[in-house]
Design a protein around this ligand. Structure first.
Ligand code: AFP
Length: 362
């Protein structure tokens, strides 16, 4: 087998058109995140042996109960980011406010936003979980970052990525120059050396067509009509207007769902619903939707909230929630067209009779 490139080598190649000091700073920052994630992978991989299962007796920024692994992963990310001279500060799902680097808050050129452990309801079930991260410019480098320093639309991200802790630990990232996939070499890291990530795929592309969708169908009664229509048509299969059978998946770890889409295409939706009208969606814009949107777009897919591109949304708050619809481009174009035409989705009689995806009465 030919020699694989390490993370640092692959990034140097990928960033060869950037100014040398920018390439170095980005490679160092990604390296710090990668080392944190290698340690999270180790903790997650030890399962109950690490004593990291169960609740932590605390709540996160939004009042959700934290798991021990949420807290430990957050501490590992903070620790490694604090050691990186290019990072001025960071914001995490686990903290209400952003945090400042102890030594580099003024001089650092980047801000990092992350979800340290996505899919934490899956920890004890030993189902894939992940970390999602995004690197933004610290526009007023030289000054201390504030909450408003983070309020940048997704298309300003310099790096977006996730790490999937599954049978293999895989990091997928983009520096706006396509999508790279790395695998953690779990045999590395002996004698206290940093663990190695090896490039296992580059120029990742999401197929434009798919016959697979992922949605939490238990929320069907709360969905808006365009989503009701799209799913009803998929479920109708060969006999419906799509004239083909679809398959459905739901892992409840966004990282795992997006990774499946990266490898074979598909659609992932956590759409707007009417459960809590003040919350337009479940997923968080800054550390779930925006980084995943950039990765999907860089791989040739599309990511929207139904009517707008996710990368165009300007956050109002660190923990803002948004509807998320992303994946294979042709399907997302179709879903956007359903959202755009209020008449197109109102009555499609055939599926009023179906049991699982019954159209609600208008
Ligand atoms: P947790 O990290 O709280 O488990 O949430 C995971 C998540 O943010 C995302 O990864 C899943 O797609 C989604 O929530 C699952 O939501 P449901 O529990 O409604 O299926």
């Amino acid at each position: 087998m030919h020699e694989m490139l390490t993370l640092e080598q692959a990034l140097a190649q990928n960033l060869s058109d950037a100014a040398p000091e920018v390439a170095t700073a980005l490679i160092d920052t990604i390296g710090a995140i990668a080392q944190a994630c290698a340690r999270i992978s180790d903790l997650a991989g030890q399962g109950m042996l690490a004593g990291a299962h169960g609740l932590a007796d605390s709540a996160n920024s939004q009042g959700e109960a934290q798991k021990k692994l949420d807290v430990l992963s957050d501490e590992l990310m903070s620790h490694h980011l604090d050691g990186c001279r290019h990072v001025a500060g960071w914001a995490s799902e686990e903290h209400e406010c952003h945090l400042l680097s102890k030594q580099h808050a003024r001089k650092g050129r980047y801000l990092v936003v992350y979800d340290p452990l996505d899919g934490s309801s899956n920890i004890e079930a030993n189902i894939s979980i992940g970390t999602i991260f995004s690197v933004l410019p610290h526009v007023y480098s030289g000054m201390l970052p504030t909450d408003s320093s983070y309020m940048q639309p997704g298309h300003e991200q310099l790096v977006a990525g996730y790490v999937l802790y599954g049978p293999a630990t895989i990091m997928v990232l983009s520096c706006r120059r396509g999508v790279l996939m790395f695998t953690l070499d779990k045999r590395s890291g002996a004698h206290g050396e940093p663990m190695r990530w090896l490039l296992t795929q580059e120029a990742v592309q999401i197929p434009a067509h798919t016959k697979e969708f992922a949605i939490n169908a238990s929320n069907q009664r709360f969905w808006e009509k365009p989503v009701q229509r799209y799913i009803a048509e998929c479920v109708a299969g060969e006999n419906g207007p799509r004239m083909k059978d679809f398959n459905m998946r739901w892992v409840a770890s966004m990282v795992a769902e997006v990774h499946r889409i990266m490898t074979r295409g598909g659609v992932f939706m956590y759409p707007r619903d009417t459960r809590e009208p003040r919350k337009p969606g479940r997923l968080r814009l800054m550390y779930e939707a925006a980084p995943m949107a950039m990765l999907v777009e860089q791989a040739g897919g599309r990511a929207v909230n139904g009517t707008s591109e996710l990368l165009d949304l300007i956050p109002d708050t660190l923990h803002q929630r948004v509807p998320v619809i992303l994946g294979s481009r042709e399907e997302i174009d179709r879903i956007v067209s359903y959202h755009a035409d209020p008449h197109e989705n109102v009555s499609w009689q055939l599926f009023k009779t179906r049991s699982l995806f019954v159209q609600p009465q208008a």
